[in-house]
Design a protein around this ligand. Sequence first.
Ligand code: S3P
Length: 416
Amino acid sequence: MFIKGEIEVAPDKSISHRALMISAIAEGTSRIKNFLKADDCISTMNCLKKLGVDIAEKDGEIIVKGNGLKLKGSSAILDAGNSGTTVRLLSGILVGQNFTTKITGDESLSKRPMKRIVEPLEKMGAKMKSKNGYLPIEIEGGNLKPINYDSKISSAQVKSCVLFAGLSAAGVTSFTEPEQSRDHTERMLKNFGAKVEINKNTVSIKGIAKLHPSDVFIPGDISSAAFFVVAVAIVKNSELKIKNVGVNPTRTGIIDVLKRMCAKIEIENKREIAGEPIADIIVKSSDLKSTNIERSEIPLLIDEIPIIAVAATQAEGITKITGAKELRVKETDRLKAMSSELRKMGADIQELEDGLIIKGPTKLKGAKVDSYKDHRIAMSLAIASLIAEGKTEILDKDCVNISFPEFWCLFGKIKQ
Ligand code: S3P
């Protein structure tokens, strides 16, 4: 078996969420091209519809009739499903409304920490109730004051939440994080006319803002492309072109790390659309070498650590990943999930409190493994199964619908 061809992967999940939310609070009609129709983004869409935002689909585009910062809706109960981005970003918009909202989520989301957004929002004057820092949370909208917030964690979700709230606070709100996280919110808010300034790891926004509508094009998701990039690197005699992938420098840590591991990767046809860089990625079978990944690099590849762990099982030497404690509070505990499931497949992998140590190369064998209903775990294990001897069975494999509904279809298609 080898991999050959040319593919496109799912549109970017982070940018799709932001396109819906920012369009919803702009004054007028925005069009979103290449929107990701996956469960997480549909959760955001349904929440916004419940809040009175007019969202329709026409000729494959999503048309959003924004109503300005004050939504038309009234008190509502919203279901964010599995999506951390939906709860955390939307909360920043809801604190500025003149009604009360309650947000719930599924079993996984109900175990994920919300104190990280409750704390800055309360500092801005928001009235919030939560179950000890977990869902459900209740937000009583009202007047907000600007803050300068120094975050202990690097998180694009927390940053975006504070920036959204800052739009409704009279004055300049700023957010500082230890390392810069993905900057899609900053880029898109600028395109919609917000006054955003970036100085190293600090972003400031001026409120009270008035956003104008805009057209958004969603590039392919580099986090989805990552599964196929690693697949080709570890499967012999393979070559693949992945077209139209977002290559925002706050997301391309995976490319830097794989190149450091001696992966044969080329970036071609680089251009910019609607404020986001986009390119084609060409990857070939590679003889991988181990590497070290430390805290400062983690935000640039936060969602790619599970698939990097798979690559590391095939790399010569010891790969050490540290400073990645945040992985314990994603859709599942991803450090625990990857070490236990890859070990079942024969990998030499050790779990650290804040990372992983993987010794390679090891021959993997097929096994019955658990995705823990986490989309990125399911897809990482699927790629591991390509080089495993024997059959691999992945439990709850349909969870790929959270971010990449076409995954299994593409997975079947690229294999020759
Ligand atoms: C996201 C940011 C990241 C990432 C998540 C999506 C976003 O979370 O893990 O999948 O769209 O802002 P954190 O910023 O909380 O690390």
